[in-house]
Design a protein around this ligand. Structure first.
Ligand code: 13P
Length: 249
């Protein structure tokens, strides 16, 4: 069991509604305890509603630019003004559907921090990369791109989410042992730069987490909570996953 405060984060992707913000807030917010954080990442259009209801929030991505002629982009500066506190960067859907390279993700990470948003850096391998034994190399490269761009100290004010691409939205969760092995690899890799940062860093697991597998996943020594997709859209399941995190501290 770690001293790190766990996080249960809900990535709504392009789902949800004003009604869902209301429903989840009314069922979940009264159950929040100091010892574990709950964060929601709604679509940008619902950010204000979620903040008004009292959620701790973040954006699902940020632009690597501050402002200007970038139609459709999400500004870290404006998100901060609205009251957002976090931003996902490098989610695998952004990498695969919107062509975000490790270098672009590193710029977004730094733009989030420049605007006092805490980045949650998403990393993870595809199924074919796992099958060919490249998991550690892929994850290491994704993290090293950020270290090269912003320095190792930048990780002290960030969170990492390990989300194997093959487990996202597929119902194929990584086993607690498989997830723990990669989380430990990430922590050990960062410890080679700075042991203190590695020890303090929260590393979340994401990929088909639900209220039946969250207990065992969160009990692993290097898993500090979860980044939840589909199950974060259902108030009861999301609450029960949050309670798994509470149960592990
Ligand atoms: O992508 C995810 C969270 O960012 C995981 O999604 P699922 O929980 O729906 O697999």
């Amino acid at each position: 069991m770690s001293q790190r405060k766990p996080i249960v984060a809900g990535n709504w992707k392009m789902n949800g509604s004003v009604e869902l913000v209301e429903e989840i807030s009314s069922k979940v917010l009264s159950q929040i305890e100091e010892k574990a954080s709950l964060i929601v990442f709604p679509p940008a259009m619902l950010l204000s509603s979620a903040i008004e209801k009292g959620f701790v929030t973040g954006t699902q991505t940020v632009s690597e630019n501050n402002s200007g002629a970038f139609t459709g982009e999400t500004s870290a500066e404006l998100a901060k003004q609205l009251g957002a506190e976090f931003s996902l960067v490098g989610h695998s859907e952004r990498r695969s559907l919107f062509g975000e390279s490790n270098e672009v993700v590193a710029k977004k990470f730094s733009k989030a921090q420049e605007n006092a948003l805490t980045p949650i850096l998403c990393v993870g391998e595809t199924e074919s990369q796992r099958e060919s034994g490249e998991t550690e190399q892929v994850v290491a490269e994704q993290i090293k791109a950020v270290i090269e761009h912003s320095g190792i100290a930048s990780l002290s004010n960030s969170v990492i989410a390990y989300e194997p691409v093959w487990a996202i939205g597929t119902g194929k969760t990584a086993s607690p042992e498989q997830a723990q092995a990669v989380h430990k690899f990430i922590r050990d890799m960062i410890a080679e730069y700075d042991g203190h940062i590695a020890n303090e860093l929260r590393i979340l697991y994401g990929g088909s987490v639900n209220d039946s597998n969250s207990d065992l996943l969160f009990a692993q020594p290097d898993i500090d909570g979860g980044l939840i997709g589909g199950a974060s859209l259902k108030a009861d399941a999301f609450l029960s996953i949050y309670k798994s995190a509470l149960g592990n501290v």
